[in-house]
Design a protein around this ligand. Structure first.
Ligand SMILES: *[C@@H]1O[C@H](CO)[C@@H](O)[C@H](O)[C@H]1NC(C)=O
Ligand SMILES: *[C@@H]1O[C@H](CO)[C@@H](O)[C@H](O)[C@H]1NC(C)=O
Ligand SMILES: *[C@@H]1O[C@H](CO)[C@@H](O)[C@H](O)[C@H]1NC(C)=O
Ligand SMILES: *[C@@H]1O[C@H](CO)[C@@H](O)[C@H](O)[C@H]1NC(C)=O
Ligand SMILES: *[C@@H]1O[C@H](CO)[C@@H](O)[C@H](O)[C@H]1NC(C)=O
Ligand SMILES: *[C@@H]1O[C@H](CO)[C@@H](O)[C@H](O)[C@H]1NC(C)=O
Ligand SMILES: [Zn+2]
Length: 489
């Protein structure tokens, strides 16, 4: 029995070591050699609600060079054909006026369920903030062109499922206004933790419902929405319980500040903001809002979402789009890559039969629970680097297990093996054949090993482990900027 467990463990260890070595990559830093003037224009906040968009007076000129909704649809479909082996095109619903909300998924296995984390970018939440929808198409095309050429592109394609919704509000875009066709601000239309105005699901806008349904369907680990009118990375909470303006952090404040800083530090000049220290802000400290998408994602979708204000000018002339893309490119890429390059990741198994357990992961001192996936029991816990975290895995019917880790700038793979609460003799072997998950073949393989030439295979594993170490050493030389450790508890 002990030997069997060891064999299972070494298999698991091997699998996760191999997968983690694939997840290595290197951060690229933005070297704005071609940007030699830094303007000191103060970043006065364009009060989003109060100031009417300047676009209304000269809308014809402003739209020039921007994709219309049908141009965007064509661009998305052309992308799907051009990059068919690393993408999938689908719609999550329709706007009030019946425009499909197209999504591009980028992954080496698009549409397949894996243990990999999923990330979403949403552009054009506000109709009169169209920069995001253009940047998202720049991002998709850059990834397609650089897959297998650039390490960061390859890392994202191979280790993340990236879902891109260029426009959440195509009707507002056409009407050149903030709200949708019913004049509803979509970033005020989500259920709120403090004000219960949007709790009637049927009264919500179709665009909002589509996002909510989508977020229940796909387990996003993190996401970001792209806005305009300021230059800052905004993180939860967005509201306060008494409507006053003050810093109101969520339980994962530290992780969110870390995430927001990844964006602002990779940006050409977001972090040199005069208005926002480090180019980041807590939402409620800036101005409280209710019914926003960001807080809803964290509370209800298990998703760490940022609200990114990517240009002071909501609707700049189209000629500026390539430069705005240049300013934001490394930020957009590094934020997605942070899903595999930082935080704690792993899978949870039963010690009895090795089956994946969709357990709950909590971290000591942080009142938030991350749920492992139902099929593969993979989890992704975003955390800021810190000396000490106590990570706990709990699952009904199993003894919970906790371990203390030290997390540096790199990611850590932490697998849990949980013991059944009551272990009856004989029930464990029986369970192997009850298991209807994908690990069945692996388990049968283990059974085969156990039954036959265990010694030979033991030597084989020792050699394989040694080769693996060598392989990792070589990888480490290649990508010395990130470290990843693997632990099984
Ligand atoms: C910054 O802008 C102010 C006016 O807003 C100007 O007086 C000052 O000289 C500028 N500083 C630099 C370094 O350009
Ligand atoms: C996609 O196609 C390109 C070119 O045909 C190829 O080089 C690449 O390996 C493919 N990628 C995947 C993930 O299949
Ligand atoms: C919700 O999503 C599911 C699957 O993703 C889809 O079949 C269904 O039509 C969607 N419902 C709405 C109301 O959009
Ligand atoms: C960043 O650079 C752009 C373009 O040079 C400028 O308009 C903007 O004011 C700058 N913002 C900050 C915070 O330096
Ligand atoms: C933890 O958060 C939940 C809401 O998610 C809240 O109901 C509960 O009171 C919090 N617990 C503590 C100890 O703060
Ligand atoms: C972790 O385990 C120790 C005993 O092993 C226990 O005292 C402690 O309360 C556990 N912590 C949590 C957060 O469950
Ligand atoms: Zn906005």
């Amino acid at each position: 029995m002990i030997m069997k467990t060891i064999t299972v463990l070494s298999l698991l260890l091997l699998a996760s070591t191999l997968s983690s070595s694939l997840a290595r990559g290197s951060y690229q830093t933005l070297l704005p050699s071609d940007f030699n003037h830094r303007s000191n224009v103060s970043c006065t906040r364009h009060l989003l609600e109060e100031i009417e968009s300047r676009s209304s007076t000269s809308s014809v000129d402003l739209a020039q060079g921007y994709m219309s909704n049908s141009d965007l649809e064509r661009a998305v479909k052309e992308f799907g054909q051009r990059c068919s082996n690393i993408s999938r095109i689908y719609s999550i619903g329709k706007s009030v006026n019946g425009v499909p909300l197209w999504v591009i998924e980028i992954s080496d296995k698009p549409g397949e369920e894996e243990t990999e984390p999923a990330f979403k970018y949403i552009g054009n939440v506000h109709g009169d903030e169209p920069v995001g929808r253009e940047l998202i198409m720049f991002l998709a095309n850059w990834l397609c062109d650089n897959h297998l050429k650039d390490p960061l592109a390859t890392l994202i394609v191979e280790n993340v499922h990236l879902h891109l919704l260029p426009s959440m509000n195509p009707d507002g875009f056409t009407l050149r206004k903030r709200g949708n066709a019913n004049n509803i601000d979509l970033n005020r239309d989500f259920p709120d933790q403090f004000i219960f105005v949007n709790n009637d699901e049927d009264s919500r806008q179709p665009e909002t419902k589509a996002i909510m349904n989508w977020s229940r369907d796909i387990r996003f680990t993190a996401s970001a929405t792209l806005h305009g009118g300021a230059l800052v990375a905004n993180y939860p909470w967005d509201g306060t319980d008494d409507k006053r303006t003050f810093y109101y952090g969520c339980p994962d404040d530290e992780a969110f500040r870390f995430m927001a800083s990844i964006y602002s530090h990779s940006h050409y000049n977001m972090s040199s903001s005069k208005e926002f220290v480090d180019g980041i802000t807590n939402g409620a400290a800036w101005y409280p809002l209710y019914g926003g998408m960001q807080d809803w994602n964290y509370i209800h979708a298990g998703c760490f979402e940022l609200t990114l204000e990517i240009s002071d000018n909501k609707w700049p002339v189209a000629a500026e789009l390539p430069i705005i893309w240049k300013y934001n490119k490394m930020s957009m890429l590094n934020l997605v890559a942070s899903l595999v390059k930082t935080g704690v990741h792993g899978r949870i198994y039963s010690s009895g039969d090795g089956r994946p357990l969709p357990a709950l992961i909590t971290v000591g001192g942080i009142n938030y629970t991350v749920r492992a996936g139902r099929t593969f029991a993979g989890y992704h816990r975003l955390l800021a680097p810190r000396d000490k975290y106590e990570v706990v895995a709990t699952m009904p019917g199993y003894k919970s297990r906790n371990t203390t880790i030290w997390l540096d700038e790199g990611a850590m793979t932490l697998d849990f093996v949980l013991d059944p609460e009551v272990s009856m003799k004989g029930s464990i072997l029986q369970n192997v054949y009850d298991c209807n998950c994908d690990s069945k073949s692996k388990l049968e393989f283990v059974e085969f090993l156990w039954g036959s030439h265990l010694e030979v295979f033991f030597v084989f594993f020792v050699i394989l482990g040694f080769l693996c170490l060598l392989f990792q050493k070589r990888k480490k030389v290649k990508y010395s900027t990130t470290k990843q450790r693997t632990v099984v508890v």
